[in-house]
Design a protein around this ligand. Sequence first.
Ligand code: COI
Length: 357
Amino acid sequence: MSLKTITDISISKVEKSKIDTFDFENVSFGGAFTDHMLVCSYKDGVWGQVEIKPYGPIQLDPSARVFHYGQAIFEGMKAYKDSNDEVWLFRPEENFNRFNKSAIRLAMPEIDSERFIGGLKALLNIEKDWVKKGKGNSLYIRPFMIATESGVIAGPSKEFMFCILLSPAKSYYAGKVKVQIAEHYSRAANGGVGAAKCSGNYAAQFYPTQLAQKEGYQQVIWTDDATHTKLEEAGTMNVFFRINDTLFTAPTSERILDGVTRKSIVELAKHIGLDIQVKTVLVEEIIAAAKNGSLKEIFGAGTAAVVSQIEGFAFQDAYYALPEMQDSESFALIIKDKLTGIQNKAELDPFNWTEKI
Ligand code: COI
């Protein structure tokens, strides 16, 4: 059985919290952090004691492997506060399991749930005041692991640091975004690291995304590397397409991240009676549907953004605008509302996805 409470922990607190100086009304995603962070080191084949200490710089040797070979993984999670001031996590076991899958793929040590989930709950208990109530408010959680052993030999590190940071969050993207379908660059390849949440996956997106941005698109819809005919992810999110009244999303694979929001949407959509199919979606199907008017919506889904509506997409030299619709008719918004309602405890959670800290 997995342990989710932590007994061996060292805690040192800040003398004075900076919470009074933080502007919760004007939050930009990931730009500011709470008073404390969690740190735990791995050496000689074992994880050490979990420490909670004031948020601040960490010292590493310049030859630490993470700087040279990118041996680094992370997760994205959120904590929510209900109307009774209780703090909740959303499906933390999913993130914990995926973190360890990413660790295996990047030749890093797995971590136990006592340190990951138990440590996170201890940190959240100290930082409870940073979790704000109400729709759209949450505390973004960023667990990560980096290779800290010094030496530029190109082999896996034997020393690592696991860390958790907390950052107050509202929405990730402001409004709808325009996207470009990738025809040359790829996010992932079979046999590669696309299904792992490793840092390099995101760094590799920056340059193609900058090129798309120069042409007026905020994000890239990633296609399969071999043929560029299959639609796989949107920016840093999984992607959903609505043709008439059916939702489609690609099956997870070696190239596609097994998103917690993605899998929750698939279950939730079925639960509320929407027709949803997990199947490969082709670029040509979407173009045909856009041309004949049956393509109603495209949206990205991820922890940070929850659901991000797309207003149109470019492919080759053509731009396809999606139809305008009332908010009440949008599957993206219906799903977003239900999901955030469950996460914030404003709605019943028939799936038992939420877990009190
Ligand atoms: C998340 O949605 O949590 C992610 O990890 C995406 C991140 C790049 C903000």
